[in-house]
Design a protein around this ligand. Structure first.
Ligand SMILES: [Fe+2]
Ligand SMILES: [Fe+2]
Length: 161
């Protein structure tokens, strides 16, 4: 997965100030899959979603895709901790992430659906209703698998932001 210099610049422009906000920085504190943090994971999903959309010419709205991908796991706790609300984490964390994101940012309906549906089909009734949501739903699973194998999706770009 390799993005051109122009694509990297465009990706940063689309993300805007989002990765640099204090709230988003909290995702750096929480472990995700393997040795990855939630922040590294969401950046991997951002990079891969953007890459697949460009290379496969899927025609997604890139801003909604990138911002929704960045916030899809914005639940803000470590699900490995004993005191974390990890009971049924897989089912519940999309709603928690959406609640946190809506409290801090103004989301479009597409961005909100990206967040709430990214665990589908686990969350049976929260269907991806746009191509942007379908891309993140699929990419999230690929990235999780790669992280379990100790591979950082998006490589240096995902870590550099
Ligand atoms: Fe998730
Ligand atoms: Fe995720």
């Amino acid at each position: 997965m390799k993005l051109t210099k122009e694509e990297q610049l465009e990706l940063r422009r689309l993300l805007g100030a989002l990765p640099n906000t204090l709230e988003a920085a909290r995702m750096r504190l929480f472990r995700q899959h393997g040795k990855s943090t939630t922040f590294k994971h969401v950046m991997g999903v951002v990079c891969m979603s953007f890459y697949l959309n460009r290379r496969l010419r899927l025609g997604a709205d890139e801003k909604a895709l990138v911002q929704g991908a960045f916030l899809h796991d914005f639940y803000l706790y470590d699900w490995h901790d004993d005191d974390a609300p990890k009971k049924r984490h897989g089912f519940r964390h999309p709603a928690r992430a959406l609640e946190n994101a809506q409290r801090l940012y103004t989301l479009t309906p597409v961005e909100a659906n990206i967040i709430e549906s990214h665990m589908w089909p686990l969350t049976l009734r929260k269907l991806p209703r746009s191509r942007e949501a379908a891309i993140v739903c699929l990419t999230d699973k690929i990235c999780a698998l790669l992280e379990f194998c100790r591979v950082q999706p998006g490589g240096k770009l995902a870590l550099a932001v």
